[in-house]
Design a protein around this ligand. Structure first.
Ligand SMILES: [Zn+2]
Length: 607
């Protein structure tokens, strides 16, 4: 860096409101509450959309967008305050109050769905032709598609009421039951200790394999003791979904999740075909881990184990900012400028102090078009990578600042592209530095490849299991023995010889809470999509150099107003319904993996 950067560690939230308790915040919220109620009353009186009433519905769509933007502004502000001071109850109370307001706003959205359901093409075209809805056509179109999949209003109302004590009750049962679960941990030194199940995950990431194995095996004793209850919950959640799909005339159980993800079946199939054809690469990454611990493959409980690498030197905050700024500005000047601007405006909270919520996030407002990044920098290299990740998210929102709010609401599938891109820019920037020690180089390479098995193998196995389970569930309840069998088969099929003999986890369907989320089905594969898409884009950047960046930005700007297929095709000229696109993304990891394979034995030989 040629000039010093101001690297303050607490953020400035005055761009939202002068204060939490002040009159500005209160009147802003009360005005919003009044507006939501008024529009809800208004919309409820309107007949469904026809050629006669397009101006009235235009106003309600604009009002919905406006209210959602203002609520997002409040939510972002309170979310920031609550994370930075987790002990303050006032923020939690306020957060709950905003959720209630959100539920009211959701009713306005239901009115919009009622409006566009069964509407004529001509009335819909008239609506989209309204100048006030320019740039909102993707949003309106999706609204209409969603409406088309609904049952009649009384049926939907009945289903929503029954779901509270049905599908969602099963989801809550899972949370309550597993939240109170404990298991007996056998420590390698002979100690026995009863621990909450929530601590098991951390123990399966322990450096000592004996600890990992004990946590896994003893934990599974408990999952086995509850297997009937858990299987009943899983069967009921999926069964309800299949019934509702039938009544909503949804042809395939993947459709709701693909709609949420804004992707087509052709894309899902192409991605999975490519992943299955390239499992050799992530398997090699696991085998490398196995070699380090002296086993031919790994067991299910080894997947989260850290690579045995020498410790990295600490990185103080100022240095972390310098590393990120340098890597960004050398490779992507606009991103580097944006990051320095964030620092100057104090948009980043990084201080290490008590009462901060763990984790990291990026948030922002479509009202003031400002972003904030939250993290706790504890001087590790991992924290530096987190910083690059979250700033990548913020930059995504920054590029969307020219779009109307409804055109900034991107699907989960496109949410992690910019963040992973930021991470990779940092890692590649650092790897170009001369004078890195082999340990530093190995650490960076490991950052690049260590997540590959988790995404490419673990998530794929989850998808295989879930898909087969839903197929069989359509014919009736799937018993515990079959759930275990389906899970073991999926793991064996995807992990192949990287999974040591007997190393499967037949109870993963029970211990993985994602399968029991009642509000969303097939939770995991959109993350695989996001991971691979960001790698594909980064590979394209590496091939094409700086010429790629304007197109990358055009892509980011398009993420809220097109399906994934269209956004990628239009801006980057690539076809994501073809397996080649996805295979390329996996192959891009060949080079760093090879380097790591060459480096690691040398490193671990040393005492
Ligand atoms: Zn992220």
């Amino acid at each position: 860096m040629s000039h010093p950067i101001d690297a303050g560690r607490t953020w400035d939230l005055s761009g939202y409101f002068p204060s939490f308790d002040g009159p500005e915040y209160k009147s802003f919220k009360e005005t919003l509450r009044g507006d939501v109620a008024r529009h809800l009353k208004h919309a409820a009186l309107l007949a469904p959309l026809s050629e006669e009433n397009t101006p009235a519905w235009r106003d309600e769509i604009v009002a919905y967008e406006d209210c959602a933007t203002r609520l997002g502004h409040l939510g972002s502000f309170v979310g920031c305050l609550g994370a930075a001071d987790a002990a303050a109850e006032a923020y939690q109370t306020e957060d709950a109050a905003l959720s209630l307001l959100g539920a009211e706003l959701e009713k306005l959205r239901s009115e919009l769905l009622r409006a566009v359901n069964h509407t004529s093409d001509r009335a819909f075209a008239l609506l989209l032709g309204e100048p006030a809805l320019q740039g909102a056509d993707f949003f309106a179109d999706r609204l209409r598609q969603e409406a088309g999949r609904r049952m009649s209003t009384p049926e939907e109302t009945l289903a929503a009421d029954l779901n509270v004590d049905g599908i969602h009750a099963w989801g809550r049962l899972y949370e309550t039951l597993t939240g109170k679960m404990t298991f007996v941990m056998d420590w390698p030194d002979g100690r026995r200790e009863t621990l909450p199940m929530s601590q098991r995950r951390a123990l399966t990431a322990h450096t000592d394999r004996r600890v990992r194995r004990a946590a896994h095996e003893n934990g599974n004793v408990v999952w086995a003791a509850h297997e009937d209850t858990l299987a009943a919950a899983l069967n009921s959640i999926s069964g309800t979904r299949l019934s509702l799909n039938r009544h909503r005339r949804i042809g395939h159980f993947l459709e709701p999740s693909m709609f949420d993800a804004a992707i087509s079946r052709a894309t899902v199939d192409a991605m999975h075909a490519a992943v299955h054809a390239t499992t050799a690469l992530p398997r090699r990454a696991l085998k490398l881990m196995g070699r380090l611990q002296g086993t031919p493959g790994v067991a299910w409980f080894d997947q989260e184990a850290p690579m045995h690498l020498p410790p990295q030197p600490p990185v103080p905050w100022e240095k972390a900012c310098g590393l990120v700024a340098k890597a960004f500005s050398e490779q992507y000047p606009a991103l580097g400028d944006y990051f320095e601007d964030m620092l100057r405006k104090r948009w980043i909270e990084s201080e290490k102090r008590p009462n901060k919520r763990p984790g990291a996030f990026c948030t922002g407002s479509e009202l003031n078009r400002e972003q904030r990044v939250y993290l706790t920098h504890a001087d590790t290299m991992h924290d530096v990578i987190t910083l690059a990740h979250e700033v990548g998210h913020a930059f995504h929102s920054h590029t969307l600042r020219t779009e109307r709010p409804v055109a900034t609401w991107y699907p989960m599938t496109l949410a992690e592209t910019a963040s992973n891109f930021g991470e990779m820019l940092l890692i590649h920037g650092l790897l170009r530095e001369t004078g890195l020690s082999p340990a530093q180089r190995a650490f960076l390479l490991d950052c690049e490849v260590s997540r590959a098995p988790g995404y490419l193998l673990n998530i794929t196995a989850r998808f295989e299991f879930e898909k087969h389970f839903y197929e069989e569930r359509a014919a009736g309840t799937v018993p515990v023995s079959r759930l275990k069998e389906l899970m073991t088969q999926a793991q064996r099929h995807v992990f192949g010889d990287a999974l040591e003999s007997g190393g499967e986890d037949p109870y993963f369907w029970a211990s993985k809470g994602h399968f029991f989320i009642s509000g969303i089905s097939f939770y995991n594969y959109p993350y695989l999509f996001g991971y691979l898409l960001s790698h594909a884009l980064f590979a394209q950047y590496r091939r094409e150099g700086p010429d790629f960046l304007p197109r990358y930005e055009a892509f980011l700007r398009r993420t809220g107003s097109a399906t994934c297929e269209v956004a990628v095709k239009e801006t980057l000229g690539r076809d994501i319904t073809q397996p080649e696109f996805w295979a390329e993304a996996v192959h891009a990891m060949e080079h760093p993996l090879k380097q790591l394979e060459a480096l690691v034995p040398e490193l671990t030989m040393k005492p």
